[in-house]
Design a protein around this ligand. Structure first.
Ligand SMILES: [Zn+2]
Length: 95
């Protein structure tokens, strides 16, 4: 895993300052959209567990206290992008 992460608020920081929540789900339903129980079950419990490039939610607990979306490769551990999760959500990216 990359030893340094570029937080958009704090700059380059050691990875030990962050907590990884997990992959950003691609199948999450839009809030307020009526869906049935099997669809909710799939969106909450069914995980693809891909290898390669993926996006994850990271929390910068020892820094700014913000949730980030980190795009990284779980094979090479290269970090490709780091963005503030709230900024992405307000821009219309609901993942
Ligand atoms: Zn930070």
């Amino acid at each position: 895993m990359a030893s340094l992460i570029h937080c958009p608020h704090c700059g380059m920081r050691p990875k030990e300052e962050f907590t990884i929540r997990g992959a950003v789900p691609d199948n999450r339903p839009v809030w307020g959209t009526p869906i049935d129980d099997p669809q909710w079950f799939d969106s909450v419990y069914m995980r693809a567990n891909p290898r390669g490039r993926l996006r994850e939610h990271w929390y910068h607990g020892a820094g700014c206290g913000r949730w980030l979306i980190v795009e990284r490769d779980n094979l090479s551990h290269a970090v490709h992008d780091v963005a503030d999760a709230q900024t992405r959500a307000l821009a219309g990216d609901r993942t």
